[in-house]
Design a protein around this ligand. Structure first.
Ligand SMILES: Cc1ncc(COP(=O)(O)O)c(C=O)c1O
Length: 380
């Protein structure tokens, strides 16, 4: 038998199909319609947050946050280098500068002490990225931010449904950004959301999201026609995709529970490889209730490429993750960084391997992944 085990797989069923069909039949496919507004209200209750604004992607939610907070030329935003490129492009497109801080080697999240050391008089915001769905140390990050008067914009792309100290990721800082991209555990193909408890920020975002107009106010019957009132773009999610998302959120507990079981089974199954000094298992901090978005192991004695190659030969879609941003061609040329600047990030980038994790991964498939990993090290 030829195994084909991808890195991730969406968890769709007949409910999503039905939801798409009913929106198609209604003809109401535009954004900011009844389905989207219904979903936003549902999420506000679920996540205990005052405002949820659906967007076309997490990238757009981050860009919207930067625009709404007037982050601009001369400003600095502190973030990890071990993140997706658009955490940084959202800052750069405003004419501001991303400042890359090193991460904690245990949690792979921003190290609050390092963040503190990155603050200058130009700092305007901190962007913690909740890697793999595990919350950053928000207590200390918020303390640093409040002390210095900085905004906190959470990149919670991986953290849908995850909590830190009982609060949902994305609802703790000034703004939080979710991703519903096809690779995420709650998905509609492409999509995102901005979450905030700040009424003024939400009001500005709903204008930016609607092309700089007050169309949202018009839809609520607060004005009799809509017009251009602020800077803006086009970040509204179609109701067709919102319908898929609502069905996904109804299954959130089930999705998270299935992922948790797989995550924990990897921890048990791979323990011996860690005891033999070959790999480093992921580590959870006690206050973080994860979304189990990524299962990241690290090779202890070598770079990750050979092992990923061995797994690929056996039909397993294991993968490395972020190529650190600070030594990307863009950051070297435009921001003056170079290899060697962030040693923990670089080590993690070279050694991390993501293993398949998704609700329909069977126990037999998971045993096979575990066995192939042992074989990859035994062959050395
Ligand atoms: C940490 C992080 N932030 C942001 C994004 C961007 O999400 P989207 O594709 O929804 O724009 C991703 C996507 O993988 C991500 O991993």
């Amino acid at each position: 038998m030829r195994w084909q085990i991808p890195l991730n797989k969406p968890y769709f069923g007949s409910q999503e199909k039905q939801a798409v069909m009913s929106v198609l039949e209604s003809g109401e496919l535009g954004g900011n319609g009844l389905v989207s507004i219904g979903l936003e209200t549902y999420l506000q209750d679920l996540l205990d947050v005052r405002h949820v604004l659906l967007t076309t992607s997490c990238t757009h939610a981050m860009e919207m946050a930067m625009m709404a907070l007037d982050i601009g030329p001369g400003d600095e935003v502190i973030m990890p280098s071990f993140t997706f490129v658009t955490s940084a492009t959202a800052v750069v497109r405003q004419g501001a500068r991303p400042v890359f801080a090193d991460i904690d080697e245990q949690t792979l999240n921003l190290d609050p002490e390092v963040v503190d050391g990155c603050i200058t008089e130009r700092s305007k915001a901190i962007m913690p990225v909740h890697y793999a769905g595990q919350g950053c140390d928000m207590e200390r990050i918020l303390a640093v931010a409040r002390d210095k008067g900085l905004y906190v914009i959470e990149d919670a792309a991986h953290g849908v449904g995850a909590r830190y100290d009982e609060r949902y990721l994305g609802t703790i800082g000034d703004a939080g950004c979710y991703s519903f991209h096809i690779t995420k555990h709650v998905t509609c193909g492409e999509g995102g959301a901005l979450l905030t408890n700040d009424d003024q920020l939400a009001r500005r975002c709903e204008i930016i999201r609607e092309k700089g107009t007050n169309r949202s106010q018009f839809l609520r019957g607060e004005v009799d026609k809509y017009t251009w009132v602020d800077v803006g773009s086009s970040f509204v999610l179609s109701d067709l995709l919102a319908a898929v998302l609502l069905e996904q959120f109804k299954k959130l507990d089930e999705i998270l529970e299935k992922r948790r079981l797989i995550w924990e089974h990897y921890q048990e199954g791979l323990k011996e490889l860690e005891d033999r000094g070959m790999i480093i298992l992921p580590c959870l901090s006690p206050k973080a209730q994860s979304s189990w978005h990524v299962y990241p192991i690290r090779t202890a004695l070598e770079t990750n490429a050979r092992v990923i190659g061995e797994l690929k030969k056996k039909g397993i879609g294991a993968a490395f993750h972020f190529v650190p941003l600070h030594y990307s061609p863009y950051a070297r040329e435009h921001l003056g960084y170079e290899e060697g600047d962030l040693p923990v990030t670089e080590r993690v980038g070279r050694t991390l391997i993501r293993l398949p994790i998704y609700p329909v991964l069977t126990q037999r498939e998971q045993e096979y992944v575990i066995q192939c990993l042992y074989d990859a090290f035994d062959e050395e």
